[in-house]
Design a protein around this ligand. Sequence first.
Ligand SMILES: [Zn+2]
Length: 234
Amino acid sequence: MLVRNGGEAFCIDSPIFPDELEILPAIAEQSDFSIVGVLATHADWDHLLGGLAFPGAPLGAAENTAARLINEPGAAQRALRDFDDEFYVTRPKPLSLPGAQQLPVPGHIDIGAETLELHPADGHTADGMAVWVPWARVLVAGDYLSPVEIPMLSPGGGAAAYIATLNRLEPLVEQADHVVPGHGGPIDGTRALAILREDRAYLEALQRGEDAPLPIARRTKAQRAIHASNIKPR
Ligand SMILES: [Zn+2]
């Protein structure tokens, strides 16, 4: 998603398909969004493609995300290649990730005359941040609060950290006009709060060792596969 204040704009996370990435600079330009940087909520490959749309824009991320990029060299490129192979996607150029500037999390970064708030968001993975846009009352949640995906515990993540992140984000969600999740479209604050409560209940059931029922709107085959992975001993 793109966020602007005054003459500065950031691209937070990224679309993944080449046609979406190709059209993004034109959309930014038409809307008078001058992209000064690309932010990634975490180091999973599908959040790191902003540089393909805005080459030369510096990448900013939480310290633990920058560390993951250093400690897992080539991981994002390999995951991107696997995705592209599976879905027959070809790209005009390869993904280069020259390393991320570390942002203070929790902390703030300036944009135009305003600041974005950066909140720690780990649990889905070992790293991450959520971005609160105070003047627009928008929360950019990364891979939390998705209307289409149940909580996914990746290696390095865990239910306790995930629940702590949901608790940390809850007061922001309560004030939010919109929440922008990494998967699925933007949702209003009321729906996001309902999803937050469903996700917390699901994770608490996992912690109790119960076979947690999936939220009604997210019981697809793909979500059952994520659930099976979540309950696998790690
Ligand atoms: Zn992710």
